[in-house]
Design a protein around this ligand. Structure first.
Ligand SMILES: *Cc1c(COP(=O)(O)O)cnc(C)c1O
Length: 395
């Protein structure tokens, strides 16, 4: 499913098969549980091969879900994609497809917090041991490999703190020992990074974020390379994971405009971040396109762009004090998730979510998602918020 076409073109054509769409531009939403077989022979044929795209039972999908799977597979340059009811479900199933009791795995210290919770809870209970590693470790990850290490989990840039990982170095070290690599690719999307092309075995998207893009759907995708796809599919089926055709249609619709949306998210975020960088209350801008972000040079080397999510660290004050910024914002609202068209702001302390790379900062961290509003309006909102903060602190 590789194509020489440019990404923007692929976004408009991908996942559209005439036998599924019957000539309609978008695949219809097939709501299905039971699929009826006319004859005994048809029944036997439909159940014979679990990998074949035969209408067989709703849990195995319909052309609506298959269209989305094909689209994500093409964008991620993988061999196949499984869909999950959330990004976290995609992460946990991807990990489960590669480990068993007695194994050891490595997870970046900058991982999305629920990924840690899964490792510290369910994986531990199953007898899988986790070691966290410094996101900036690069090829040095090798020193942490044990006889029973099966997997290195990466997320680049990291959640909250945006360290950009040296994926080619980490993948190189892991491959030399036949250790699998998973990448959480949610921040970059397949438009700005192709982990499988760099050698990763599975690339994950919380499609809840940019692929969906409109804050109205929960979904996760896991795309695997040729060697790993059968394991991933078996695990997803075994866990009973499935998504509705309605949700698949929403994500497929989101993908059609991913290219144009990301351009604006990128441009707006760069403008807002540049303004924040000059603000006297801002200590650090943790945005991969800025030199002070750990791993900035790696971002420049490996990524095709930047998206709308980044953090700032304030020079002074406490998390309690940030109420004076966030309570009266006009455009930036507080809320979990990101990747929709709207701007978000969230005070988030990384301290509790780190175990090997110490987090120290002079003031609180605010995570920002820059939406599709006018960048100058967003800057005015932040300017007023930071002015309220300054006056509260008596600065
Ligand atoms: C949001 C997020 C997830 C989880 O996605 P959900 O759909 O909310 O479960 C995973 N990884 C990253 C980096 C995220 O930001």
């Amino acid at each position: 499913m590789t194509s020489k076409k440019k990404t923007e073109t692929i976004l408009t054509t991908t996942g559209r098969r005439k036998e599924w769409t019957h000539g309609i531009v978008n695949p219809p939403v097939y709501r299905a549980s039971t699929c009826l077989f006319d004859t005994y022979a048809e029944y036997r044929e439909r159940v014979a091969d679990p990998a074949a795209r035969h209408l067989f039972y709703g849990r195995k999908g319909t052309p609506t879900q298959w269209s989305l799977e094909d689209a994500v597979t093409e964008l991620e340059k993988g061999a196949g994609t499984m869909l999950f009811p959330s990004g976290v479900a995609a992460i946990t199933a991807a990990i489960l497809s590669l480990v068993r009791a007695g194994d050891h795995i490595l997870i970046t210290d900058s991982a999305y917090d629920p990924t840690r919770s899964f490792a510290n809870g369910i994986l531990k209970m199953m007898g899988v041991e986790t070691t966290y590693y410094d996101p900036m470790i690069g090829a040095g990850v090798e020193a942490l490999f044990k006889e029973n290490t099966r997997l290195v989990f990466t997320e680049s840039p990291g959640s909250l703190t945006f360290e950009v990982q040296d994926l080619p170095a980490i993948i190189g070290a892991a491959k030399a020992r036949s250790i699998a690599v998973i990448t959480d690719n949610t921040w970059a999307t397949p438009l700005f990074l192709n982990p499988i092309a760099l050698g990763a075995d599975i690339s994950i998207n919380a499609a809840t974020k940019y692929l969906g893009g409109h804050s109205d759907v929960m979904m996760g995708t896991a795309t695997a390379n040729e060697q790993t796809f059968t394991k991933l599919r078996r695990t997803a089926y075994g866990l009973g994971q499935t998504v509705s055709a309605d949700d698949a249609a929403l994500v497929l619709r989101g993908i059609r405009t991913l290219g144009v949306r990301l351009k604006t998210h990128e441009e707006n975020a760069l403008k807002v971040a540049a303004w924040l960088k000059e603000h006297p209350l801002v200590d650090q801008v943790l945005h991969p396109a800025f030199e002070e972000c750990p791993g900035h040079a790696i971002w420049e080397r490996d990524f095709a762009g930047s998206t709308g999510l980044f953090s700032i660290v304030l020079k002074t004050g406490t998390y309690e004090d940030t109420a004076h910024i966030v309570d009266d914002m006009e455009l930036f609202k507080m809320g979990f998730s990101w990747g929709g068209y709207e701007s978000l702001i969230l005070p988030s302390d990384p301290t509790g979510a780190r175990s090997v790379s110490n987090w120290s900062a002079p003031g609180p961290l605010l995570r920002l998602h820059i939406g599709l509003e006018d960048a100058d309006d967003l800057i005015a909102d932040l300017e007023a918020g930071l002015a309220r903060y300054a006056s509260h602190l008596g600065l």
